[in-house]
Design a protein around this ligand. Structure first.
Ligand code: APR
Length: 311
């Protein structure tokens, strides 16, 4: 008997990590697709063999075509080029637009009922590409950014307050760029508001480091991060596949929520079997609302660069 299926397109750093995390969860089959010959097959074998050590059943298949992906419940798109030092995510737009567009076309053919999770950057713009090319509803096409940005913010807060990461509750909204919006008013450590524990100056430093958190890793590694991004995408897959109804910060198509219309932006959403069940509207301070507006303007600018098919 076969299990339900998740396809991850792009067997590079992020895609393979996502597949690896999903394999260890042990509730679904995973298909890894890439254009590079032997790459997805080799990584799939390696992840399957890790099951013998970590105690999960082999589930991963690698392929250079989409036939193996047929009938997937969820498809994660990580195909595309990553950043190099000195590049912004937006510098990837033209190259990745073509890749995400062609991947989406092929995914849609094989898995017409799937939920699509986009990871390729610039994320907000790539979500527009996937939505327009697929023609699917906004509930079934969304992106991974907020969980990663929130994970970075939470990590810095745990270090600063010498607390357990498990006791930090935070939320980062907005576009996945330097103008992302960490919602300090909703951030707590063990239930205590962050502002009671840490000075405004130190908070500002953590917000700044979070906004530039991806770039910090690109400078260290010469390419973009993958462990936290791969795990973040897997967390979204979990919520959909297991119908968990988790409220997670994701990149969703807004039609009036938070005063933003016709744009993909990072906001808290409830994720279940059909995809996005609800956009959760937090009360923001005036400063946070204006920061979100500025972030939306930055996203609109990148979306404006997309070719006519996708924009
Ligand atoms: N179809 C399938 N796979 C493709 C295609 C395509 N048309 N074009 C490129 N790929 C594959 C590459 O062969 C490569 O294996 O996508 C993979 C990307 O992997 P990496 O280069 O390791 O990049 P990664 O770090 O995983 O980042 C992927 O996610 O976080 C974002 O900014 C990042 O846009 C980038 C994407």
């Amino acid at each position: 008997m076969s299990r339900r299926k998740v396809t991850v397109v792009g067997a590079g750093n992020v895609g393979a990590t996502c597949a690896q995390v999903l394999a260890t969860r042990d509730y679904c089959d995973v298909v890894l697709v890439d254009i590079v010959e032997n790459l997805p097959q080799g990584k799939a074998l390696d992840i399957d063999q890790m099951g013998a050590v970590l105690g999960y059943e082999p589930t991963v298949t690698g392929s250079n075509s989409y036939e193996e992906s047929v009938g997937s419940d969820v498809v994660v798109i990580t195909a595309g080029v990553p950043r190099k030092p000195g590049m912004s995510r937006d510098d990837l737009v033209t190259t990745n637009e073509k890749i995400v567009g062609s991947v989406t076309e092929q995914v849609v053919e094989q898995s017409p009922d799937a939920v699509l999770i986009v990871v390729s950057n610039p994320l907000d713009a790539m979500c527009h590409v996937a939505k327009n090319v697929s023609g699917w509803s906004k509930e079934r096409v969304f992106g991974m950014a907020g969980i990663l940005d929130t994970a970075r913010f939470s990590t810095f807060i745990a270090w600063e307050t010498e607390s357990s990461l498990k006791d930090v509750t935070a939320m980062v909204l907005g576009g996945h760029g330097d103008q992302m919006v960490p919602v300090v008013s909703a951030t707590t450590v063990g239930g205590i508001p962050l502002r009671k524990l840490v000075s405004e100056e130190r908070i500002a430093a953590m917000v700044e480091r979070t906004a530039k958190g991806g770039g910090e890793i690109v400078e260290l590694l010469g390419t973009s991060a993958w462990y936290a991004p791969g795990a973040a995408a897997a967390q979204m897959v979990d919520s959909v596949m297991l119908d968990q109804h988790r409220v997670l910060p994701c990149t969703a198509y807004l039609e009036g929520e938070y005063g933003i219309d016709g744009l993909y932006m990072g906001v808290p959403v409830k994720l279940g079997a059909g995809g996005i069940e609800e956009v959760v509207e937090l009360d923001l301070t005036d400063d946070e609302s204006s920061a979100l507006e500025a972030s939306a303007a930055a996203v609109r600018e990148v979306v404006g660069v997309l070719g006519s098919v996708a924009s």
